[in-house]
Design a protein around this ligand. Structure first.
Ligand SMILES: Nc1ncnc2c1ncn2[C@@H]1O[C@H](COP(=O)(O)OP(=O)(O)O)[C@@H](O)[C@H]1O
Ligand SMILES: [Mg+2]
Length: 540
C-alpha cells in the first residue's frame, strides 16, 4: 500500500513499511463511516428520555452515564476521524458544559447527508462550501429567534432543562435553585468563573440532602484531636509553606561531642517551631489551612492555642478558600499579619457518612461556594454531579449572554425550515448542500422522538406544521405532543445551540476535505490496527 510505482521498473518506497494509505473516495467513505458510527453510539442517550450507558474500563471500574462527552472520553476511540468528533464534544463541554450529544449527532448527520451528495458525484469541496454557507445562515436564524432573558425564573428553567433525565428527577427543582444561587453568588461583573464553584461529593443520604455551602468544604480533618471542632467568627490564615524546620539544602554534618549539645540542638529546633506557631497565633488567627505539612510539635502548640488547623490542603482548595473568605495566601510565616486573615461565620468539622470534612461556612459575600452532592451510591452521586456540572454550565452561559432559546428541537426545526427557503436562493450545486444541512439539523427532534418511543416521521410532520405558527414549538417528550416550549419552560442557553451547530459544521467540513489518509504502522498491528481499529462497526 505504501508503494508508488516509479516508471515501469522497481517500486519506489516513500513511506515506511506497514504504513496504510487511503485515497480519495476511500478515505472519505471510511472517515464518514467512522463519524456516523460514533454519532450512532451516543444517539440513544439524547434528551430526557434518552437511555444510559454502562461503561466498564480495563480495571473493571464502572461508569453509568447519559452524558455525551463522558461516554466518548471513556470509550477510548481509535479512529482518527472519529477522534475529531470526540474533540467536538470536548470543545462543547469546555465552552458551555452542555449540548455535547447534540453537537455529535448533528455532525454525524451532516456526514451522512454528505455521503448522499458524494454519491451524486458532487465534489466534496462544493459540499464543504455549502455547509459553511449554511452554518453561517443558521447562526443568523438562531440569533433572530433567541429570547433575551436572564431573570431568576428563566435561570431555574434553564438549569432544570439541562438536568432533565439525568438521575436527578426527584430533586430537580431544589437542585436547580441550588445551582442558580451558587452561580449568582460567584458572578463578578457579569462573568462567572466556574472554578469558583466547588462540587464536593459524598455518597450516603439522598439526592435531596445535597446542599449549598456559602464557603468551601474541605475533604480533610483537623490535624490534632486536641484542636477545637468548631470555631465561630473564624479568623483564617492560609499558608502555602510548611510549618516545619527546614532541612538543610546541602548535606551538612553536625558533630556533637557531648549530650548537652544534642539537647541544645533539639531545643533550638523546638524553639523555632514554637516561634512559628506564636507568630501565627499573634495575628489573631484561630483557623489555619496549610498547603504543606505541619510538624507534630507545631500541631501540639497549635492545639494548645485552640487553633483549628488542617494540613496538606490542595492548592485549588486554598485558592477557593481565599476567594470565599478574603484571606491572602501567605508564603512566609514571618510575613503573616492580621490583614492577611480571612473571615467565616464558622468553621466546623462534621462527620458526613462516617468521614470527617471541614466546613468553612457562613462566609460574607463569598466569591467561591461549594455544592455538596449526596446520593445513595457512588454511581448515583457521580451522575448527579455531572448533571450539576451541566446545569452550572448552562446557568453561567445564560447569566453571561442573557439569551436563551426554546428546547425540545424547536430551534432546529425553525432553522431547518428557514434554511430550506434560503437554499433556493443559493446558486449552483451548493444549493443541495445547504438543503442537506437543513435536513441534518432535523436529526435532533427526530432523535428526541425516537428515544421517547414516538414515530419520528409523524413527529417531524407535526413539528413542521406547528412552525408555520410559532418558532417555539417543540416536542414535549413526556406527553408526546408538540407544544410551545417557551410556555412549557423548556429553555436552553443560546450559546449551547450556537456552539453545537458551529462545531458540528466545522468538524464535518474538515472531515470532508480530507482525501488522503496516511497512517503510520501501529505498535504491533500495522495496517489493520490503525485504520480499521474502530472495533465492531455495525454494517451500514
Ligand atoms: N422536557 C423536555 N422536553 C423535550 N425536550 C427536552 C426536554 N428537556 C430537554 N430537552 C431536550 O433534550 C436535548 C438535550 O439532551 P441531552 O441528553 O442533555 O443532550 P446534550 O448532551 O446534547 O445536552 C435538547 O435538545 C433539549 O432541548
Ligand atoms: Mg444536556
Amino acid at each position: 500500500m505504501a508503494q508508488l510505482t516509479g516508471g515501469q521498473q522497481q517500486p519506489v518506497l516513500i513511506l515506511p513499511e506497514g504504513t496504510s494509505r487511503y485515497l480519495g473516495r476511500d478515505a472519505q467513505r471510511m472517515n464518514i463511516l467512522a463519524g456516523k458510527v460514533l454519532a450512532e453510539t451516543v444517539r440513544t442517550t439524547l434528551g430526557p428520555k434518552g437511555m444510559d450507558k454502562m461503561l466498564v474500563d480495563s480495571l473493571g471500574d464502572i461508569v453509568v452515564t447519559n452524558d455525551g462527552v463522558t461516554i466518548l472520553k471513556e470509550m477510548d476511540i481509535e479512529h482518527p476521524a472519529a477522534k475529531m468528533l470526540v474533540e467536538v464534544a470536548k470543545t462543547q463541554e469546555d465552552e458551555v458544559g452542555d449540548g455535547t450529544t447534540t453537537a455529535v449527532i448533528i455532525a454525524g448527520d451532516l456526514l451522512k447527508k454528505a455521503e448522499e451528495l458524494l454519491d451524486m458525484d458532487i465534489h466534496p469541496t462544493i459540499i464543504a462550501m455549502g455547509y459553511r454557507q449554511a452554518a453561517k445562515k443558521a447562526q443568523e436564524i438562531l440569533d433572530s429567534i433567541a429570547i433575551s432573558a436572564s431573570d431568576r425564573d428563566t435561570l431555574i428553567k434553564v438549569a432544570m432543562t439541562a438536568m432533565t433525565g439525568k438521575g436527578t428527577e426527584k430533586a430537580r427543582k431544589p437542585l436547580a435553585e441550588l445551582v442558580v444561587d451558587a452561580v449568582k453568588q460567584v458572578e463578578e461583573n457579569g462573568e462567572v468563573d466556574k472554578d469558583h464553584i466547588k462540587i464536593e461529593k459524598k455518597e450516603g443520604g439522598s439526592v435531596d440532602d445535597s446542599m449549598l455551602v456559602q464557603g468551601v468544604i474541605i475533604d480533610k480533618e483537623r490535624v490534632h484531636p486536641g484542636m477545637p471542632k468548631k470555631v465561630e467568627n473564624a479568623k483564617i490564615a492560609l499558608l502555602n509553606c510548611p510549618i516545619e524546620v527546614k532541612e538543610t539544602e546541602v548535606d551538612a554534618e553536625i558533630r556533637i561531642t557531648d549530650p548537652s549539645q544534642m539537647q541544645a540542638f533539639i531545643e533550638q529546633e523546638e524553639q523555632m517551631i514554637k516561634d512559628m506557631v506564636d507568630k501565627i497565633v499573634s495575628t489573631g488567627a484561630n483557623v489555619l489551612f496549610c498547603q504543606k505539612g505541619i510538624d507534630d510539635l507545631a500541631q501540639h502548640y497549635l492545639a494548645k492555642n485552640d487553633v483549628l488547623a488542617v494540613r496538606r490542603v490542595k492548592k485549588s482548595d486554598i485558592e477557593k478558600l481565599s476567594k470565599a473568605t478574603g484571606a491572602k495566601i501567605v508564603t512566609n510565616i514571618e510575613d503573616l499579619s492580621e490583614e492577611d486573615l480571612g473571615n467565616a461565620g464558622k468553621v466546623v468539622e462534621k462527620k458526613i457518612s462516617g468521614e470527617e470534612m471541614i466546613f468553612v461556612e457562613e462566609c460574607k459575600e463569598p466569591k467561591a461556594v461549594t455544592i455538596l452532592v449526596r446520593g445513595s451510591t457512588e454511581h448515583v452521586v457521580s451522575e448527579v454531579e455531572r448533571a450539576i456540572e451541566d446545569a452550572i454550565g448552562v446557568v453561567s452561559a445564560t447569566v453571561e449572554d442573557e439569551k436563551v432559546v426554546a428546547g425540545g428541537g424547536a430551534p432546529e426545526v425553525e432553522i431547518a425550515k428557514r434554511l430550506k427557503d434560503y437554499s433556493e436562493s443559493v446558486s449552483g450545486r451548493e444549493q443541495l448542500a445547504v438543503a442537506a444541512f437543513a435536513e441534518a439539523l432535523e436529526v435532533v427532534p427526530k432523535t428526541l422522538a425516537e428515544n421517547a418511543g414516538l414515530d419520528s416521521i409523524d413527529t417531524l410532520v407535526d413539528l413542521r406544521a406547528a412552525h408555520e405558527e410559532s418558532p417555539y414549538m417543540g416536542l414535549d417528550v413526556f406527553k408526546g405532543e408538540v407544544v410551545d416550549m417557551k410556555e412549557a419552560g423548556v429553555l436552553e442557553p443560546h450559546r449551547v445551540k450556537r456552539q453545537a451547530i458551529q462545531s458540528a459544521a466545522e468538524a464535518a467540513e474538515m472531515i470532508l476535505r480530507i482525501d488522503d489518509v496516511i497512517a503510520a504502522a501501529g505498535e504491533e498491528g500495522g495496517e489493520e490496527e490503525g485504520m480499521e481499529g474502530m472495533g465492531e462497526m455495525p454494517p451500514m
